[in-house]
Design a protein around this ligand. Structure first.
Ligand code: PLP
Length: 435
């Protein structure tokens, strides 16, 4: 064994604080607005669906926020996650670049999402909430929140988009295995769902409809709050354990990344790996490139406008200042379901606007070509979402091959694709087109 390729940390090195990039932004973050009055939303309005302690985090300007010991203890079930150098992948690409990846698929639910699910369940629990309601598309968020709720002895109710409920049965089973109650949305559980079913009993559902059902459930059931798996400031905050660990591990590897890459749907896993590097850029003058990788079919950062828009399809949420394709934008059906969101985290959008974050979009045929090469050289089958980050890393590595530059690339492998094998089945059958 010559080179080390696997970099681990001990449990005592799980970060003790989350990093809040809002404290270091060149301009203060643009506040969410009440759509009726166009005045900033008050904390009181938000506590209708979120507990006070999380509303406080959402609006916080503190740079560092302590991670409660109880949350760190649950993190210790799978954190710190490993960082690996992908030497076989480098060889397959014939590149002089060094490629590292942080592996968030090592969590029990298979993605980065438990980093915030566990924190949110904990803060709700200590606020006296005993039941959480949420929506899920492909099921990654639902599975993460279901796991977090069962670890803290809470009830979890998930409204799962009807088409996914039927097509992604394994994730539905995973949620039920963790003790969650899962309904195909639209459901008979809510007024809104019943109304839609009366109009069309075969309604396939959408994320917008599922959000509306989860919010209705929350405001009509005592002891219940709502939980969201991406986009919001406190979600990005919780994910910063990823980048803090990665920085230590890269130092251990004796290298520093020239470019840090993450795929973006709502922006949270990218925020997780990139914000600690943004902190260094903003406070120490380093010039680490931060690259967000998105699908060409849903290009909110590369093609969207930076303006106020609703967070959901139905127009029920406050207005958020963010990169958006319009809240009524219907992205084409692509295999990376977790990246089909019309908007983007306001914090990621603002960093993009100020030039601290760059973005590129990728077509899914190229994305899966790189995903297969990665699986066949490193052994891990990547989630379709994460494969966009892999594609970005491949293009950076190919550029280094052209110039002979000794570039160091770090990307976040946000999840594994073992519950997405039907997608790979279609890829192998040549049944995946660009849209
Ligand atoms: C949900 C998901 C994403 C997209 O969400 P972000 O908030 O942008 O991180 C990316 N990768 C995986 C594996 C996911 O489950």
């Amino acid at each position: 064994m010559s080179e080390r390729t696997h970099f681990t940390l001990s449990a005592s090195e799980i970060p003790t604080r989350w990093y809040n990039v809002a404290a270091d932004l060149p301009q203060p973050p643009a506040p969410p607005l009440n759509p009726a009055t166009r005045e900033p939303v008050t904390p009181e309005m938000m506590t209708a669906i979120f507990p006070e302690n999380l509303v406080e985090q959402e609006m916080s300007a503190e740079r560092w926020i302590d991670i409660p010991e109880e949350v760190r203890k649950v993190y210790a079930l799978w954190r710190p996650t490993p960082l690996l150098r992908a030497v076989r992948f480098e060889k397959a690409l014939n590149t002089p670049a060094h490629i590292y990846y942080k592996y968030e698929g090592a969590s029990p639910a298979g993605s980065h999402k438990p980093n915030t699910a566990v924190a949110q369940a904990y803060y709700n629990k200590i606020a006296g909430v005993h039941r959480l309601a949420t929506e899920t598309g492909a099921g990654q968020w639902g599975a993460s929140l279901a796991m977090a709720c069962c670890l803290f002895g809470m009830e979890c109710r998930v409204y799962m988009v009807r088409v996914s409920y039927d097509a992604k049965a394994y994730r539905r089973m995973l949620m039920q295995t963790y003790g969650a109650t899962v309904y195909a949305s639209p459901s008979k559980e809510t007024e809104f769902g019943r109304k839609l079913l009366a109009q069309d009993p075969d309604c396939p559902g959408s994320l917008g409809i599922a959000i509306s059902e989860a919010v209705e459930d929350t405001v009509t059931t005592p002891g219940t709050k709502y939980s969201l798996g991406s986009v919001l400031n406190h979600v990005c905050l919780h994910q910063t354990v990823i980048g803090q660990e990665a920085m230590k591990q890269m130092a251990d590897a004796g290298e520093d990344p020239d470019v840090v890459i993450g795929c973006v749907g709502g922006g949270s896993n990218f925020a997780g790996i990139a914000f600690p590097y943004a902190h260094r850029n903003l406070t120490e003058g380093t010039k680490t490139r931060l690259l967000a990788a998105e699908p060409s079919a849903c290009p909110s950062l590369t093609k969207g406008e930076y303006r106020y828009d609703f967070g959901d399809t139905a127009g029920m949420t406050p207005l958020l200042k963010m990169n958006t394709l319009g809240h009524d934008f219907m992205p084409a059906s692509i295999h990376a379901g977790g990246l089909r969101y019309h908007g983007m985290s306001p914090l990621v959008s603002q960093l993009h606007e100020t030039g601290i974050v760059e973005a590129r979009s990728y077509h899914q045929t190229k994305v899966f070509e790189s995903a297969l090469l990665f699986a066949q050289s490193e052994g891990i089958v990547p989630a379709p979402e994460s494969s966009h980050a892999i594609r970005a890393a491949v293009e950076e590595a190919e550029a280094a091959r052209e110039t002979g530059e000794k570039k160091v690339i770090l990307f976040n492998l946000s999840g594994h694709g073992l519950l997405d094998l039907p997608v790979y089945d279609r890829v192998l059958a040549g049944d995946v087109q660009d849209v």
